[in-house]
Design a protein around this ligand. Structure first.
Ligand code: ADP
Ligand code: MG
Length: 714
C-alpha cells in the first residue's frame, strides 16, 4: 500500500513534518528520533499535564503544593551565597501578602530585571519557605506598568520533552500542526450511528480538547486520563489494534491446515500410561484443541494456565494427534533449560509409545546437528523439541502439522507470526498452540489476543499443598537466615530473590529502565550472595543474575535443579525458571517493589513438590497503600486468575506497573489498566465495523497501527 501524501485519504494526515514552517532538516531529524514523522504524529503527541494560567490567584490564597499563577510587584531583592549562589525576590500584591521567588541559577541580567516596584507575573508551585511561601524557579514574565497582559483562554499544555527541541518550540510546532487539523467530515472514521451511541466527542473535538482544554475543563479527569476526550482517543486506538489483530487472524485463516481427525489412538495410549488422571480443566481444554485440529483451517489457540496447572501434558496429547496422522509436531520453549525440561517429559511419556522425539537447540552442533536436521526433514523425527530458535531458523520440516510455543509469561506476537512461515512453502500452514503461564483477565485477553481463541486451565492437579505466603518487614531478615539453615539441613533447597533496592533511581519501576535495573539488581544479588555465603558457611550457595552470560546462568540453574546447590541467590531472572520440586522455600526481598503478576510468577517456582512450601515477602516499611494491598492479595490467594483481576483493579495511574508486565503493545494514548473498561465496547464496535464497513476498519488500522507492510504479510 503506498504512503498517501494527502491527509484526506486516511483521515489523519501522513504529511511529513518538513511541510511545517520552521521545520528544517535539523529539527526534522530530532523529531524523527522521537518517532514524530507526520502531522498526525504531532496531533497525537499529547500533553503530559496542564498549567492553568487562565486566572490570577491572590498571594494570600496560595496553598502549598497547589500550582498557581500570581501577579505582584517586587518588594525586596536579596542575592546571597549559602552553599551556592541564590537570588530571592519578594513580591507582594493587593492581598497584602508576600511570596518569595527563589532562583539558584540566574544571570546578572535577570537580577537587574527585578528592580523594586517591577510588575511580575509568575507561575509555579508554592511551598513553605523560611519566610512564608516560596516558589523555586517559577516561570515568570516582567510586565510593563501599563501593559494589558491578557490571561490565557485555555489551559497551557506541557508536552513530553523532545531532545534538542525546547518546550516553546514544541508548543509552537504542535499549534501549527493543529491549525492544519481537518474538519470532522474528513477526520472522523467512526460512522455517525456508532459515534452517537458512545456519548463521546468527535475525534477532532477530542484532539482539540486535549491540546487546548478550555479553562473550565475538568483538570482532575484530564490528569487521571478519564476525561471523555482521552477516552475517545483511547477507544479509537484500542479499536484499531483490536481490528489489526482480528485481521491477522482472518488473513491466517484463509490458509488451509491439515485436518487431524484420527481416532486418537496414541493420545489414548498416552493417557492410559500416565501415572495420573487429567483434571477436569485439562480434559476440557484438550477437547477444545481436538475439535480445532479437525478443521481444515489453522487452529490459533492460546492456553492460559497457572504455573503447575499441567499444560505440558495437554500439549503432548495434542502432539499425538499430529503424529497419529503421520505428521510432525514441534514444541518450542523460551530458554534452553525449559526446553530440556520439556524434552525430558516428552521422552519419558512418548518414547514408550514408540514415538521418536528429537532435540534441536543451539548447543547441538556439527555432525549431531546435521543428523537431527536430516531427521526433521525426512519426518523420522515425529516430535521436535527446542528453543524458539527452532521456529525461526532455517529448519525444514517434512510435514509440520502442529507448532506449540511455550511462552511462559511473554506474549510475543511477532514470534507467533513467525510460526506460520514454517508451513509457508507448502499450501497448508501448521496449527498453532500457544501456552502461557500468565493468566490475564478476560477483558485484557480480548484485547491482547484478539487473534487467538483462548482456553484456560483454571484448576490445579489434586494433592498440591498451596504455598504458604507471609509478609515480613525487612528487620526480620536474620530470622530468615536461620530458617534457611534448618530447611537445608533437612535436605531441602531455597531461593533468595533480590530485587531492585535503589530508591534514588527515577525509573525504579520493576523492569523499568532495563539496563540500569539489571545492573543494580545484579549488584544487590552479588552482595546478598556474599552475606549469605558468610552467614551460612555449611551450605552450598550459588548466584544467578541477569548480567551473567547465558551459559553461566544455565549452569547455575542446572546445578540447583540437580541438587548440587542448597541456596540459590537470584534476581528476577529466575522468573522464567525451572521446575525444582525439592525447593520449598522462597524469600523475596523488597517485595513491595514488584507487581502482583511478577510476584505470583516468582512464587510459582516453589510448591512444585509434595512438601509444604512457603514464600516470604520481605518488605521495606513503610508500605504504600497499594503495596500493602498487593502483599495482602498474595497472602490470601494462590489463584493466578484472581490475582490477575486484582492486579488490573489495583493499578492506578499513580502506581503504574507498566505494559512491560503484561507484555502488551505500547499504545500512544490508551493504557490497558486504565482503559480496560472500554474493551467490551471495543469488541462490539469491531464486530460491527467488520460486518458493516470493512473498509473503515482498514483505514482505522492504517491510521493507528500503520504497518501496511505488516499486514500485507499476515
Ligand atoms: P505448567 O502448566 O506449569 O507447564 P507442568 O505441565 O510442568 O505445568 O506440570 C506440572 C507438574 O504436574 C508436572 O510434573 C506434571 O507431570 C504434573 N501434572 C500434570 N497434570 C497432572 C494431573 N492431572 N495430575 C497430577 N499431576 C499432574
Ligand atoms: Mg510449563
Amino acid at each position: 500500500m503506498p504512503i498517501r501524501q494527502d491527509g484526506a485519504a486516511v483521515g489523519l494526515s501522513l504529511q511529513p513534518l518538513s511541510h511545517l514552517p520552521g521545520v528544517g532538516p535539523r529539527v526534522a531529524e530530532k523529531l524523527a528520533a522521537r518517532g514524530l514523522l507526520t502531522l498526525q504524529d504531532l496531533w497525537l503527541h499529547l500533553p503530559l499535564r496542564y498549567e492553568d494560567r487562565t486566572a490570577l490567584t491572590p498571594i494570600r490564597q496560595l496553598r502549598p503544593g497547589q500550582p498557581a499563577q500570581v501577579e505582584g510587584r517586587v518588594e525586596a531583592v536579596e542575592r546571597g551565597f549559602r552553599y551556592r549562589p541564590v537570588l530571592r525576590v519578594a513580591i507582594g500584591d493587593e492581598s497584602h501578602s508576600t511570596l518569595v521567588l527563589r532562583f539558584f541559577h540566574f544571570r546578572a541580567a535577570q537580577v537587574a530585571q527585578f528592580a523594586v516596584g517591577t510588575r511580575v507575573r509568575c507561575y509555579g508551585t508554592p511551598k513553605p519557605g523560611q519566610h512564608g511561601l516560596e516558589i523555586v524557579h517559577p516561570s515568570y514574565r516582567v510586565l510593563g506598568d501599563a501593559e494589558d497582559a491578557a490571561l490565557g483562554q485555555a489551559l497551557d499544555p506541557v508536552y513530553p520533552s523532545i531532545e534538542g527541541i525546547g518546550p516553546a518550540t514544541i508548543r509552537k510546532l504542535i499549534a501549527q500542526a493543529l491549525d492544519k487539523l481537518p474538519g470532522t467530515d474528513v477526520l472522523e472514521l467512526l460512522p455517525p450511528a456508532m459515534l452517537q451511541g458512545l456519548g463521546l466527542p468527535s475525534l477532532r473535538d477530542a484532539l482539540l480538547t486535549m491540546h487546548r482544554p478550555p479553562r473550565d475543563a475538568d483538570l482532575g479527569a484530564l490528569t487521571l486520563g478519564t476525561h471523555p476526550a482521552q477516552r475517545r482517543l483511547a477507544l479509537e486506538e484500542l479499536l484499531a489494534h483490536h481490528l489489526s489483530l482480528r485481521r491477522q487472524r482472518i488473513a491466517l485463516q484463509q490458509h488451509r491446515a491439515p485436518k487431524l481427525a484420527g481416532r486418537g489412538r496414541l493420545a489414548a495410549e498416552l493417557l492410559a500410561a500416565l501415572p495420573f488422571q487429567l483434571t477436569g480443566a485439562q480434559q476440557r481444554v484438550f477437547k477444545q484443541i481436538r475439535a480445532d485440529l479437525k478443521q481444515p483451517s489453522p487452529m490459533l489457540r492460546l492456553v492460559q494456565g497457572d504455573v503447575g496447572s499441567g499444560k505440558t501434558v495437554v500439549a503432548a496429547l495434542a502432539a499425538m494427534l499430529a503424529v497419529e496422522a503421520g505428521k510432525q509436531a514441534a514444541l518450542a520453549a523460551p530458554t534452553e533449560l525449559l526446553a530440556e525440561q520439556h524434552l525430558a517429559n516428552l521422552r519419558g511419556w512418548l518414547e514408550p509409545l514408540g514415538v521418536r522425539v528429537a532435540w534441536l537447540a543451539g548447543k547441538v552442533t556439527g555432525k549431531a546437528r546435521a543428523r537431527v536436521l536430516e531427521e526433521v526433514a525426512s519426518g523420522a523425527a515425529q516430535v521436535v523439541v527446542g528453543t524458539h530458535a527452532l521456529m525461526q531458523e532455517a529448519v525444514v520440516f517434512h510435514d509440520l502439522a502442529l507448532a506449540i510455543v511455550d511462552e511462559q509469561h511473554r506474549f510475543g506476537v511477532h514470534q507467533r507470526l513467525a510460526l506460520r512461515d514454517k508451513g509457508a512453502a507448502k499450501l497448508a500452514v501448521p496449527h498453532q498452540l500457544v501456552m502461557t503461564a500468565t493468566p490475564i483477565p478476560r477483558t485484557l485477553a480480548m484485547a491482547a489476543y484478539a487473534d487467538l481463541d483462548v482456553s484456560a486451565i483454571d484448576e490445579l492437579p489434586p494433592g498440591r499443598t498451596p504455598v504458604q505466603t507471609v509478609a515480613l518487614s525487612a528487620e526480620r531478615r536474620p530470622e530468615l537466615i536461620e530458617r534457611i539453615r534448618s530447611a537445608c539441613a533437612e535436605g531441602r533447597q531455597a531461593y533468595w530473590v533480590c530485587t531492585l533496592i535503589d530508591d534514588s533511581e527515577e525509573d525504579g519501576k520493576p523492569g523499568g529502565n532495563g539496563n540500569a535495573t539489571t545492573r543494580i539488581e545484579a549488584q544487590a544479588a552479588q552482595s546478598t550472595f556474599e552475606q549469605l555465603s558468610a552467614a551460612l558457611p555449611e551450605l552450598r550457595v550459588a548466584l544467578v543474575h541477569g548480567r551473567m552470560k547465558a551459559a553461566e546462568k544455565q549452569a547455575a540453574m542446572r546445578a540447583f535443579k540437580q541438587g548440587d546447590t542448597d541456596l540459590l541467590v537470584a534476581t528476577t531472572v529466575i522468573e522464567v525458571g525451572v521446575d525444582v520440586p525439592n525447593a520449598s522455600l522462597m524469600i523475596i526481598e523488597n517485595a513491595e517493589r514488584l507487581g502482583l503478576a511478577q510476584l505470583h510468577q516468582l512464587r510459582g517456582r516453589v510448591g512444585r513438590g509434595a512438601k509444604a512450601s512457603s514464600c516470604v515477602l520481605l518488605y521495606q516499611p513503610p508500605l504504600s497503600m497499594m503495596a500493602r494491598q498487593r502483599l495482602q492479595t498474595l497472602r490470601q490467594t494462590n489463584d493466578g486468575f484472581l490475582i490477575a483481576e486484582k492486579d488490573l483493579e489495583l493499578r492506578g495511574p499513580g502506581e503504574l506497573l507498566g505494559t512491560r508486565q503484561t507484555g502488551l503493545a505500547a499504545f500512544r494514548v490508551a493504557d490497558l489498566a486504565r482503559d480496560a473498561g472500554l474493551l467490551p465496547q471495543v469488541r462490539d464496535l469491531a464486530d460491527r465495523l467488520l460486518a458493516e464497513s470493512p473498509a473503515t476498519a482498514d483505514r482505522l488500522v492504517e491510521r493507528w497501527v500503520g504497518g501496511a507492510a505488516r499486514y500485507a504479510s499476515a
